[in-house]
Structures are given as C-alpha cells and as structure tokens.
Design a binder for this molecule. Structure first.
Ligand code: NAP
Length: 340
C-alpha cells in the first residue's frame, strides 16, 4: 500500500510518529520517501540517529511548522499520502494557551488540508483523540473542530481524487499525564499510598502499535469522510493499581476539572452514523460528500450499530484484567511504552 509512495507525516518526531516510521520502514521497505515534518531540530537529529538516511534512504527530515502554510505547501509537493499527527496535545497546555492551541490544532489542520488540495495529495489521515468526543476541554474542542475540517474537506476536492479521513483513538497506556507514570514515580519513591481521582474510573487501553495499525487500516479502506475508531479493551483504574502495586492503598483526590469518569470514543448521538467493521468502527459523515451513504455502506460491507450504541469505556464488552494489565505493562516497559 505504501510501497513506491511518498509519505509525509506532520509531527513525525512525536510518540505516534516514531512508531509509525518504524512500522512503515519495516512493513513497506519500498516506500519511496518518508518525510518527517516538525519544528524542533534536536528532536529530528535524535530521530536521525534512530532512523539514519544511510540505512533508510527513504527518510527525509524537514523542519517546518504546520502554521506556516507556504512551507507546508512546499513540503507537500509530490506527496501521495499525508498523516497529520502534529498537535498541541496536553490538556493543561491547551487550557493555559488557548490561542496557541487553536493556531496549531485548527489553523494548522486547515493548512494541511489546503496544502493537500494544492499539491494533489491522494490520501490524508488526520489523528484525533477520545477528547474530541463530547469535548469538555479546549484541547478536545480543537480536535473535534479538526475532525470536522478534515471530514468536510472531501467537499473541496472537486474532480481531484483526494480523500480525507480521521482516526480517533484513546490515550495510550503509560502516556504522559496518565496514571501509570505518576504511580511509577510514587512507587520509585517507595510511597505506599497512590493518589487516584476516582476509584470508579474506567479507561480504554490501546498501544501505539494498535494506533498505527488503525491508521494503516484507514488508509487502505477509506473512501473519505469517515472517522475510524479502533475497538479496544477497557480497564478499571483500580485494576491498574493492583497490577502495578498489589499492596498499595489508594487515596481518592476527586475528579479534576473537566476530567471524565469514563472515556468516550463514540457518543450515542453518533450511533446513527456509526458502522461496525469488525475490529474497528467508522463514523460516517452526517452530510454526504462524494459518496452516498449507501455507496459507503456497500464499500465497507458493513451495517449500522444499534440505536442505543455508545462507545464508552464503562460500557465496553472487552476488559483487561489485573493479569493482562500486568503483562501489558511489562511489555510496554520492555518496549519503552511502544508495545507491539
Ligand atoms: N499519544 C496519545 O496517547 C494520543 C492519544 C490520542 C490521540 N493522539 C493524537 O495523536 C497525534 C500525535 O500525538 P503524539 O502522542 O505523537 O504527540 P507528541 O508526542 O506530543 O508529538 C507531537 C508532534 O507534533 C509536532 N508539532 C507540534 N506542534 C507542531 C507545529 N506547530 N508544526 C509542526 N509540528 C508540530 C511535535 O514536534 P515539534 O515540537 O518539534 O514541532 C511532535 O513531533 C496528536 O494529534 C494527538 O492528538 C495521541
């Protein structure tokens, strides 16, 4: 699918980007060019030691800001596929710097769309987050806006064969801001009590490799306008604590402002647009772009979910146990949080 293609990933030095590059170089050895587009020079230099262009001649490293429309457009010349991963993605950073977050996550997203349209890129997949689903934070709201921009961009392609879709997934277990690194630090300091905002809390569980696989699935199957969501396991926050430190006590500190007790990936309001694809769901666009709803259903060979469907971490049918969580943590640590 990506062999002989020119692929550009915005935010290629981030945690998703690095895993994506690793998987593409391994599974698509004939990829023509794999362009990492991001701002920080040192992060690119570090990545070049991991993926040097001497060993991987397809690798290209472009310094650039997605806010810089002209630079982005130039970088997209001759590109077949864009994966848009660049974002301000820390909830607190976004809250304290709303205008900066809007410039990157919304205006930057529109720049990616404009560059793709101007350069005749064939496939664009933008990354979204569970926080975009019924958002309670500015970060989530910017990601939802970005989702809407990308799905609606299919209306701008005219006669050109350009498809824009979105992949939405939950926070990765062990990612920054999640319970794991906070508890790990407390345990390293020999604390015997761990803070938890609410013992009833549940979360979805996904590894970075599964997120990458969802993007590759979307690339292969999208007609444009879908929001793809991987099916994943849920876990109880108390089980994560037992998996990490069975003898520790938990001290409840209360939900943080805007923190959800349970994560959502698809609201009940979106059920009427959601189809079941086996290992994935896809939310079809509420308005028709280049393909009718019937054509999209036929293309995916899928049917709509039930009207009471709500993809929320406490309503999941698939759960991680203390043992499976312990095994996953071990694997994540062995693989530097980027488990297979
Ligand atoms: N990690 C997760 O748990 C998770 C969960 C759900 C969704 N997502 C989504 O997945 C995507 C990637 O997340 P991640 O975890 O890889 O994030 P990350 O580790 O914070 O990486 C962000 C990347 O974006 C780049 N970037 C930020 N602002 C930029 C700008 N203005 N122009 C160009 N590049 C910019 C950063 O590099 P520079 O700073 O050098 O520019 C970095 O390469 C995001 O859209 C995020 O919302 C992530």
């Amino acid at each position: 699918m990506l062999n002989n293609k020119v692929v550009l990933i915005t935010g290629g030095t981030g945690s998703f980007g690095k895993k994506f590059v690793e998987v593409v170089l391994r599974d698509y050895p004939q990829v023509k060019k794999l362009i990492v587009y991001s701002r920080n020079e040192q992060n690119q230099l570090d990545m070049q030691t991991q993926f040097p262009d001497t060993t991987y001649p397809a690798m290209r490293y472009f310094i650039g800001d997605i806010r810089d429309a002209e630079r982005l457009r130039r970088a997209c010349e001759g590109v077949d596929v864009i994966i848009h991963a660049a974002a301000i993605r820390n909830v607190n950073t976004a809250t304290y710097n709303p205008d900066e977050c809007i410039k990157t996550n919304i205006l930057g997203a529109q720049n990616v769309i404009n560059a793709a349209l101007a350069c005749g890129v064939h496939d664009v997949i933008a990354l979204s987050s569970e926080k975009a689903c019924a958002p309670t934070t500015l970060y989530g709201a910017t990601k939802l806006t970005s989702d809407k921009l990308f799905t609606a961009a299919n209306n701008l392609s005219g006669t050109k064969d350009i498809r824009f879709s979105v992949v939405r997934f939950s926070s990765v277990l062990g990612g920054s801001g999640s319970a794991y690194p906070i508890w790990k630090q407390a345990l390293d300091q020999r604390k015997t009590t761990l803070p938890v905002t609410d013992k009833q809390m549940t979360r979805f569980n996904i590894s970075m490799v599964e997120a990458v696989q969802t993007v590759l699935f979307a690339l292969e199957h999208h007609v444009g306008g879908e929001i793809f969501v991987p099916k994943c396991m849920s876990y109880h926050i108390t089980d994560l604590a037992k998996a990490m430190a069975p003898s520790c006590q938990l001290e409840e500190t209360g939900l943080r402002t805007n923190e959800k007790l349970h994560e959502e990936l698809i609201t009940n309001a979106d059920a009427q647009d959601t189809i079941d694809l086996g290992n994935y769901y896809a939310i079809l666009p509420a308005v028709t772009f280049n393909h009718s709803r019937e054509e999209m259903l036929q293309h995916h060979g899928a049917r709509f979910v039930a009207s009471d469907f709500h993809y929320c971490s406490d309503k999941n049918t698939q759960w991680d146990s203390v043992d499976t969580l312990r095994a996953k943590i071990k694997r994540y640590i062995d693989h530097n949080f980027e488990a297979k």
